[in-house]
Design a protein around this ligand. Structure first.
Ligand code: GTP
Ligand code: MG
Length: 357
């Protein structure tokens, strides 16, 4: 399942510096002539396709990017210094369009591809530029040209990296709301979620992944029980499944272990490849367990499930354990991601964005 991640940003290239009008004043030298230098060019704004990024979430935190202006020209033949350029790193596949007209300006297709998205203004001419045989003392100078300023809409079609799997009411939608920008409906009745929701999780600057919340799965789904199991196809291209289990079911008669086993059986019936994907156990609603029984109850669930992989104890409601889960998921995704990428040469000159505001 694809969804479109979007961001709108303002970019401003630097204005050019003004040209200077000045005359050479030196001892014993009369009529020294014009020596006003040109202004420096304003900084450009570039977009660079970076294969290690997979969402546009960073552009929702910083929305405005301005390159420096060029310096003004000075006397004694001094040209203004050009303004520094800035480079905005974007995921491969980003479509850059003019926000007002909708016109597509660029599509970043190759890792390392770099395009200019706002051109710095040229510096103005100093008066030394206007010197001629007929005008030996020109006073003309021109101001610098303005840098381009525009509002851009960025769009990226993203695929989910991680899928949430579990019984209705396990807390899948609560978790995606806690960790991502998605705000699906949450309620204490089963089958609240009828369609998959995708959310972008920002782990840190330039570190993010996409998570998919799907409807609840129940025993017999392969025969059409509940909402069936067709929606599981949305998880087929993910790299990791989080199996959410409610460890404190409201109904005392419900056994979390039996529920978890039923989910795994349904998964296998749907698709062997999905069943074979890495799957981590996420025990949710630990806030509902009495403190003195918590460790024992969790140990019991893990033991009876004969589960050997990573186990997380969380409360999607209070957010306990969610930060750790997010960090571990990101490490896993980033590793799979880089392992599957061909090596690319990115011109190191363009990688440093430390000067970006
Ligand atoms: N106490 C507690 N309640 C939780 C927790 N996580 C979710 N809930 C509650 O459990 C109920 C179900 O949560 P949802 O997030 O809608 O569950 P879901 O897995 O998305 O359910 P479906 O969409 O029906 O499949 C809601 O009333 C939530 O407030 C938790 O960690 N602790
Ligand atoms: Mg839900």
């Amino acid at each position: 399942m694809k969804f479109v991640d979007e961001a709108t940003i303002d970019v401003a290239a630097g204005d050019g510096g003004n040209g200077c009008a000045s005359f050479r004043h030196e001892k014993y030298k009369e009529f020294g002539g014009p020596d006003g230098g040109d202004g420096g060019r304003g900084g450009h704004v570039y977009a660079l396709a970076d294969a290690s990024l997979n969402t546009l979430v960073d552009f929702r935190f910083t929305r405005r990017f301005e390159a420096h202006r060029g310096e003004h020209g000075k006397g004694s033949d001094m040209f203004g210094v050009k303004g520094d350029d800035i480079v905005l790193k974007m995921p491969v596949g980003t479509i850059i369009a003019d926000a007002e007209t909708g016109e597509v300006l660029h599509e970043l297709l190759q890792p390392g591809e770099q395009v200019t998205i706002a051109k710095g203004g040229d510096g103005g001419f100093g008066n030394m530029h206007y010197k001629s045989s007929t005008n030996r003392a020109p006073r003309q100078k021109t101001p610098g040209w303005a840098g381009e300023k525009r509002t851009l809409k960025l769009e990226l079609k993203v695929l989910a990296d991680v899928g949430l799997l579990g019984m209705p009411n396990a807390g899948k939608s609560t978790l995606i709301s806690a960790i991502s920008n998605a705000r699906p409906k949450i309620a204490d009745y089963p089958f609240t979620t009828l369609h998959p929701n995708l959310g972008v999780v920002r782990v840190a600057a330039e570190k993010s992944f996409v998570v998919a919340d799907v409807p609840g799965l129940i025993e017999g789904a392969s025969e059409g029980a509940g909402l069936g199991h067709q929606f599981l196809r949305h998880l087929q291209r993910t790299r990791l499944l989080l199996h959410m289990v409610d460890v404190a079911p409201f109904d005392e008669g419900v056994d979390p272990v039996a529920q978890a086993k039923a989910i795994v059986a349904e998964l296998k019936k749907f698709d062997q490849a999905l069943y074979d994907k890495p799957r981590w156990l996420v025990l949710n609603k630990v806030d509902m367990l009495p403190a003195d029984e918590r460790a024992k109850r969790i140990q019991d669930v893990v033991k009876r499930l004969k589960y050997k992989g990573p186990v997380f104890e969380i409360s999607a409601l209070t957010r306990e354990g969610c930060e750790l889960l997010v960090q571990k998921v990101y490490q896993h995704i980033a590793k799979v991601h880089t392992d599957s990428l061909p090596p690319v040469d990115i011109d190191p000159r363009f990688v440093d964005t430390s000067k970006a505001p």
